[in-house]
Design a protein around this ligand. Structure first.
Ligand SMILES: [Zn+2]
Length: 402
């Protein structure tokens, strides 16, 4: 069934954040509908499109998911599509995965396998259809058939993990801004389910970049400039590859208790400062999992290197910047009672780049949500963050005798 947002709400949002219908450049084929049907012990998934879809489908375990990879498409699905499931399919997500490729991820309530998949050509007024029959299975069966996502991932250049060459003495300060989530991973959603964290973070990142570029003092780099999925470790790699002096990851949170509001700043620590901080880190670290990546193969090695290299000095700088950031933002933004906390965020693990993660507010809170979708509020926030960055580097420059 198609459900569209009310025209007014959509119009208000259209100028503020991008909505799920945003098309990727160059994509011709439109995905127009996704239907789920229950059969005994099975769920049929039908994806309707304007042209033939060359889909590759595979099962993943821990958690149980079915992934559909396809060339880039235009999503013509209602914003709320995928939020409800049927049978053992809990729901689904869709979006761009890497440039040129799109992905759908169906979350399963238990182990299942793909029993059948086929394409139907248009007939009797029906468009192209891709049909996937999922069948309940044992955990062992699902595991045995679990696909390797590497086979469908586009090869990408990765900057080496080795220390970057010595930086020249006089150069622009490089600030890397990391808009949280993106593409297949929407992050959290607003109360009215129309605002996605990934859009807020990107809009905010762009505004902050504009603010910093104005002065000419900084070179700013965004880890993503559009609605695309970027792996956590690629975000770190991008920061290090561009010789970042500071890394700011932007996010917005969601709480079951809609009264809770306010911003908070996080820095890296292997030991979380409290339970909430630990839970939040766990949630943000799941971004790769959400996109259907299998990290188990090489995450151990990467983690070890990163922890080894996590220098105390970098952490101290991160903490110093976090304090200044809270101080500057306080002038225009409400904060949680514990405004600065520590936890093991994967995205903050660049060993030689001072890094903070800023949760700008709660999309679950009406006031925070209303503010974050306003360009005017984001401009104010950007100015406060820019002031904090100025202060931080001013102090560092003095300390270094520059
Ligand atoms: Zn987030």
């Amino acid at each position: 069934m198609k459900r569209r947002g009310s025209g007014l709400a959509a119009a208000v949002l259209a100028g503020v954040v991008f909505i799920a219908g945003t098309a990727a450049a160059g994509a011709e084929t439109e995905v127009t509908q996704v239907r789920l049907g229950i059969h005994p012990g099975a769920v049929r998934v039908v994806v309707e499109a304007s042209a033939e879809l060359r889909i590759s489908a595979f099962v993943l375990v821990r958690p149980y998911r079915v992934v559909l990879d396809m060339p880039e498409v235009r999503w013509r699905l209602p914003l709320a599509a995928g939020r409800g499931g049927k049978g053992f399919v809990a729901g689904y997500r869709f979006g761009q995965f890497v440039p040129g490729r799109a992905r759908m991820v169906f979350d399963l309530k238990g182990p299942a396998v793909i029993a059948k998949s086929f394409t139907l050509a248009p007939s009797k007024g029906r468009p192209w259809r891709f049909v996937l029959d999922l069948k309940r299975a044992t955990a062992a069966e699902a595991r045995a058939r679990a696909g390797r996502p590497a086979a469908v991932t586009a090869a990408r250049r990765r900057p080496p993990l080795a220390r970057s060459p010595k930086k020249p003495r006089y150069r622009q300060i490089v600030v890397v801004i990391d808009p949280g989530h993106g593409g297949i991973d929407p992050g959290t959603t607003g109360r009215r389910k129309r605002v996605f964290e990934k859009h807020i973070t990107l809009a905010m990142a762009r505004r902050l970049k504009r603010e910093l570029d104005n002065g000419g003092r900084y070179k700013t780099v965004l880890t993503r400039t559009r609605d695309v999925f970027v792996r956590l470790r690629d975000r770190i790699a991008r920061a290090r590859g561009s010789g970042a002096d500071l890394f700011i990851s932007l996010h917005a949170d969601f709480m079951a208790d809609s009264r809770i509001r306010g911003a908070s700043v996080y820095t890296l620590s292997e030991r979380a400062s409290d339970k909430e901080a630990a839970a939040l880190a766990a949630k943000e670290n799941k971004a790769d999992l959400i996109a259907g990546m299998d990290l188990s193969a090489n995450s151990k090695q990467v983690t070890d290197i990163l922890i080894d290299l996590a220098q105390r000095e970098t952490m101290n700088h991160s903490v110093r910047f976090a304090r200044i950031l809270v101080d500057e933002m306080r002038k225009s933004t409400r904060f949680l009672r514990k405004s600065h906390r520590f936890a093991g965020f994967a995205v903050l693990k660049a060993p030689d780049v001072p890094s903070v993660l800023l949760e700008m507010g709660y999309l679950s809170n009406a006031e925070d949500e209303a503010r974050l979708i306003q360009p005017r509020y984001r401009a104010r926030l950007a100015k406060a963050i820019a002031r904090a960055i100025d202060r931080y580097f001013h102090a560092r420059g003095k300390a270094a005798g520059r």
